[in-house]
Design a binder for this molecule. Structure first.
Ligand code: ADP
Length: 259
């Protein structure tokens, strides 16, 4: 044989076991999808091999957030192949599997089947999947905890009392299923007025941190209510992919440490 030209064969017989991070909230509209997208991107920027599963049947917004709106995943031998996004995070979304606006009419077994297809897709080297769950504690969440056994859950809430009460229910579901809570994120905390710079608290202040403390749950951080987050998200440019991202990078670092 020629010296220095040995062939190296890498055997990958076993399918790598992937860890699932469930991102959940008690209520809709609290920023769960926004956090999921930015968490996945920030983890990837931190060197993790991450994929993103959008299991939010009520409003699958990840294709838009991740700038791949209108795409459809291909399948090989009935196994889905995730869509590549510009942010180094492959994605599968309920929104890619169902006609727009139809997902709500799906029955439990159909959503459970779609969730299974997404989790068991051809994720390649990705060893961690961030799963954007629907709000609340319905079929998809139950299938998630019972069948797919996430490594841990991140709970998103606004500082508002009502959102927190619902967040406690979500926490309870994971507790009962023996899924560890990685921590709580407070979103839409502190609004900085773009005109005068005054900081106000439209949804109250500090409630999520207090809830986390009272429940013995790690508090992962606070994301301000910032118009720039909304406009960037709508434009398919999550802030975590930008230059000056401390908020999501800080949250992702704690999640990465936890893993
Ligand atoms: P959920 O997944 O909980 O339903 P989304 O992530 O879709 O919530 O967020 C709902 C809306 O609020 C979206 O328009 C999103 O861009 C916006 N949003 C979320 N978090 C923030 C924030 N911290 N600042 C400003 N807008 C936000």
């Amino acid at each position: 044989s020629v010296p220095g030209a040995e062939l190296r064969v890498v055997v990958t017989a076993e399918r790598p076991t992937r860890r699932l991070i469930a991102v959940a909230s008690g209520k809709g509209g609290v920023g769960k999808s926004t956090l999921s997208a930015n968490l996945a991107i920030a983890l990837a920027r931190g060197g993790r091999r991450v994929g993103l599963v959008d299991a939010d049947i009520y409003g699958p917004s990840q294709p838009r957030l991740m700038a791949v709106e209108g795409t459809r995943p291909e399948a090989r031998d009935k196994v889905l192949i995730p869509v590549q996004t510009p942010y180094g995070v492959p994605l599968l979304s309920m929104g890619q599997l169902v006609e727009p606006g139809r997902a709500l009419a799906w029955r439990g077994p159909m959503t459970a089947g779609a969730l299974g297809q997404m989790v068991d897709a051809e994720w390649g080297i990705a060893d961690t999947l961030v799963v954007d769950l629907p709000p609340g504690t319905g079929d998809v969440q139950l299938t998630m905890v019972q069948k797919h056994r996430p490594a841990g859950a991140v709970i998103v809430s606004t500082p508002q009392d009502l959102a927190l009460i619902d967040a406690r229910r979500a926490i309870d579901l994971f507790d009962k299923a023996g899924v560890p809570i990685i921590g709580l994120v407070e979103n839409m905390a502190g609004y900085v007025c773009p005109h005068c710079g005054e900081v106000s608290d439209p949804f109250g202040n500090g409630g999520a941190e207090a809830t986390a403390r009272a429940g013995g749950i790690p508090f992962l951080g606070r994301v301000p209510l910032d118009i720039a987050i909304r406009t960037a998200s709508d434009a398919g440019q999550p802030p975590a992919a930008g230059e000056d991202d401390r908020v999501f990078a800080g949250i992702a670092a704690q999640v990465a440490d936890w893993l």
